[in-house]
Design a protein around this ligand. Structure first.
Ligand code: SF4
Ligand code: SF4
Length: 98
């Protein structure tokens, strides 16, 4: 997630929907516990969120965004695929596409 994409795949850098969709989503799973991520951005085994928006998401949703912990982001974030059904679902629910 949050990698620039081209063609018929949405551009993550002008989206951010999956980072602002659910406070329960950016959890640490597997062996990765986010130890490289600053404490104030973490909470109870997941990324801290403000409402549904991950605290590490910078910028304006649907305009220009970036992940401030990109190199250390949780596995779930790494595996979320731009252009997937889930991607289009969260974009639709946040009003970023039809
Ligand atoms: S919802 Fe899709 S396009 Fe938007 S940031 Fe996430 S993966 Fe990228
Ligand atoms: S850690 Fe980064 S990629 Fe993962 S939800 Fe937060 S802002 Fe998005």
């Amino acid at each position: 997630m949050l990698m620039p994409m081209t063609g018929d795949v949405p551009d993550c850098e002008s989206c951010g929907a999956c980072c602002a969709y659910s406070w329960e989503w950016p959890t640490f799973i597997g062996d990765w516990d986010g130890e490289e991520i600053m404490e104030h951005l973490k909470e109870d085994g997941r990324m801290r969120c403000n409402g549904n928006r991950c605290a590490a998401l910078m910028g304006t949703l649907g305009e220009s965004v970036f992940c401030s912990v990109y190199e250390h982001r949780p596995l779930v974030c790494r595996e979320f695929t731009a252009g997937s059904d889930a991607c289009h679902t969260v974009r639709s629910q946040l009003g970023l596409q039809d």
